[in-house]
Structures are given as C-alpha cells and as structure tokens.
Ligand binder design. Structure first.
Ligand SMILES: [Zn+2]
Length: 451
C-alpha cells in the first residue's frame, strides 16, 4: 500500500483519467500530487447502484430553504493542491475533473470553506515543508483576489458571519501535516499571522513530535514539544486538529488542550473499522472538551464494505501491480495511467449516501448533536458516495437529516454552528491567555535528538 501511495502521489496522476464510471458519478481527473488520504486511484461504479428512492418534493423544498439560511461550513477541501500545482483558477468550471469550483460551491450553498494547506510527507524528508505551505497560502489569497465579489478572506467567526451577510463565501485555511512548522514555534506563530486557523498535528506520517494513525508510533502520542505546540496553538487561537493522528496522540491532545479541538475530516470507527476513524471513547472525550468531529465523506473510510473491498482488491491485484511497477519504474506518468486502468477494470462497490448520514447520526448519538459537522475531503479523495459526487451536492445532507427527523436547529448545528461555537471558544481562550507576548515562556525550537 505504501509503495503504491508514494508512486501515485506523483504529478503524473494529474492526467490520469478515472474512467469506466457511469450513472451519476462523474469521471474525475485525479488531483495532482494528490489524493491526500489514500494516494491511489480508485473507481466506484454506480452502474450497479440501486435506483435512488423518489424524493419527497415538499421536504426537499424545506431542506433547500433551511440550507440557504444556514451557515454551511466545510472544514476540509484539498482543491488548494490543484490551485498550487496547476495554477487552477477556482472560478473556472472543473466539472468532470475536480470536486470543487466556485459555481458548484455556490450551488452547494457553502458559506465557509477551509482550504487545506496540505504538505506532503516528502517535504518532511527532503526539506521545504514551510515553503510549500507558504506557496499554498499564497494561492488561496490569489483566488480571493481574483474573485473578490464571491470570496472573502476570513480568519474569525465574525468574518464568517460577515461573509454570509454579504453573500460571499468565507475562505479560511488549515494546515494539514504538523511537519509544516519545521519544528519551530516561531513558524507556527507566523502561520497564524498569515491566517491559518487550524493545523492537523500529523498527516499519514509520524513527525518529530506526534504519532500518526497510519505510521509507526515513535513517541507514544505527543512528545513534550508536541504538547508545547498544542499549548501555543491554544494561546494563539489556532484550532488543534486531531484528524490523522493516532488514538494515543488524540488522547494526549485532549489532556493538554484548554480550548475545544476539532477533527477536520474524520468519521466514526464503530461503523467502519479504519484507523483514520475515531473510536467511541474518544468521541465522548471530544464532547467533554466541547470539540467537534467533522465527518469525512470518503467511502473507504466510512463504508466497511468499500474498505474491505479495497483491501481485497489490493491483495488480488498485487502480482499485476508489482509487474506494472517493475515495467514502468522509470516512467511514473505511464505507471499512473496503467494503474488507473487496472483499478477502473476492478471497481469497488458503490457507497450510498445513507452510510455517510449514518456516521453523522452515530456521532450525534454518541458524542451529542453539538459535536458533529462536515469535513468533506473533496479533491483529497478519489471517490465519493452516490449522491455526494461533488460540492454542489451538500444540500442532500440537509434533506437526509430532516428525513431522519432532525430538527431544523440541530441541522443548522451540524451544517456549521457547532464549528462556529468551538472556534469562538478557541478565540475566547486565546484572548484570555495570560501570556500575551509571543514567545513568552516559549521560544523553543525542536533540535536534533530533542523531544
Ligand atoms: Zn487528510
């Protein structure tokens, strides 16, 4: 898996066409350097999906009205990588290619987007993590400059509410991968000053101060420096994001953080046993912390059937994959294309939207309805549930929640108010911090061998 993931993060993927898709699923070009979650191509055929049940038109109209009135926040979108690597202008249509563009964000009734400043683990090895993050931050600012009537840069809860009043989409930023700060609290502060409002402490790689859920546990959770990073984020008012970290890291964060934390794009492990998902005991602790878990849409995470099928397929195709890797080891572009073809010929079963709603429902029942939201992972994953193929489909979540009997107040919480509440509390904790000068008590930089 790891080799494949590495190979497929190559830019070559950029031009790899996900084919053999049909029905309501649009073939997509895979993101460049992409597929943050599981950097491999994958197809999900809708051909065998059972027909969608007829929509209750009155309920749909009610859902649309509620959705438009609500503040709708998506806390994780990886379109930033395409904006950076391909100079993709989000104002132009990318239908059939990416999950996100401005017109579809509007169609989806989105109020605020957290653009993911995703720093691949290769930068942790080769150097340049902070520079990569800064390049991506620049792209978000440039997108807002290009489209000032549609977007507004936002760094606070007040900004998000103002953008909504002005009919604009609030553009926020979160770092994905704590190695982006290059072990420097000064860099962390600088990122805050540039507008970064959350940071996942790790990506799929364990870094020098925090263990990841998808890598070797080297620190038994957070190191002392890692705890200092969390405290400094609290002091600044940057949300601590536990998506991607190991269970022990998450538990350590919950011990240390004085402010509510978030999981910007994570789902429930009780429903699908994937290490990226959060177990019930930690969901309850996040509730005690007044934090929020923003549900990830990726079928391989949320659908046990898709996860099992994905693993079985990897096992089954291993000889062919190994052969391709050997044959095209000097031609990563061709290799990406060949692997795409192989997966397209071996699609995973489709995942219905109801499974995504089940995760929201489970977290609402386990942690409480005040502690769940949406963190799509659009353009960071190669496939999506039927009925949630791109960002324009967000109102379907509102409809499905109403259908399950959620009150309008609770739906609004899930769509965005929960995130705003946690964010506002993190802002309050920062304001009330006794350390008001940057670096007071903390000028530390993690050196070689230090903890
Ligand atoms: Zn991620």
């Amino acid at each position: 898996m790891h080799d494949k993931r590495k190979l497929l993060t190559h830019r070559a993927i950029n031009i790899a066409l996900l084919c053999a898709l049909s029905g309501s699923i649009v073939p997509l070009l895979l993101p460049s350097t992409a597929a943050r979650e599981d950097a491999k191509q994958q197809t999900t055929s809708a051909a065998t999906a059972s027909p969608e049940p007829a929509r209750d038109e009155r309920l749909w109209q009610r859902a649309l009205k509620l959705h438009r009135r609500s503040i709708v926040v998506d806390t994780h979108n990886d379109i930033t990588t395409m904006m950076t690597d391909d100079d993709y202008d989000i104002g132009t249509s990318s239908v059939g290619k990416y999950h996100t563009d401005l017109a579809r964000m509007k169609a989806g009734g989105l109020s605020a987007e957290f653009f993911s400043v995703y720093v691949d683990k290769k930068y942790a090895k080769e150097g340049g993590s902070a520079r990569r993050a800064m390049d991506m931050i620049d792209q978000v600012y440039r997108a807002v400059e290009r489209h000032p009537d549609e977007f507004m840069m936002a760094v606070s809860v007040a900004d998000i509410r103002r953008a909504k009043r002005q009919g604009k989409i609030a553009a926020l930023m979160g770092i994905e991968g704590g190695h982006a700060i290059e072990n420097s609290l000064s860099a962390l502060r600088d990122f805050y000053r540039l507008g970064i409002r959350y940071m996942t402490l790790t990506h799929n790689n364990t870094n020098d101060w925090a263990d990841s859920s998808r890598d070797e546990a080297r620190h038994n959770g957070l190191t002392d420096f890692g705890k200092e990073v969390v405290r400094e984020m609290n002091r600044l008012g940057m949300l601590v994001d536990v998506s991607h970290v190991s269970d022990k890291t998450m538990s350590d964060v919950l011990d240390v953080s004085r402010a509510p934390i978030i999981a910007s794009h994570s789902s429930a492990r009780a429903l699908s046993n994937h290490p990226r998902n959060i177990p019930d005991d930690l969901l309850r602790r996040i509730a005690q912390n007044k934090g929020v878990v923003m549900v990830n849409f990726y079928p391989v995470f949320i659908d046990q059937k898709a996860y099992d099928a994905d693993r079985a397929r990897d096992e089954r195709l291993k000889p062919q994959l190994d052969r391709l890797r050997e044959e095209y080891k000097n031609d990563p572009k061709r290799l990406g294309e060949e692997i795409t073809k192989l997966y397209a010929a071996n699609p995973l079963p489709p995942t219905p939207l109801s499974i995504l709603i089940d995760h929201i429902d489970h977290i609402a029942k386990t942690a409480g309805v005040d502690h769940v939201g949406i963190g799509s992972d659009f353009d960071g994953v190669p496939s999506l549930p039927v009925g949630m193929e791109d960002i324009s489909k967000l109102p379907n979540i509102t409809y499905e929640l109403l259908k399950r009997g959620y009150s309008e107040t609770d739906v609004r919480k899930i769509l965005g108010e929960n995130l705003l509440r946690a964010f506002a509390e993190a802002e309050r904790v920062a304001r009330s911090s006794s350390r008001s000068v940057s670096g007071e008590g903390s000028l530390r930089r993690l050196n070689e061998g230090g903890r």
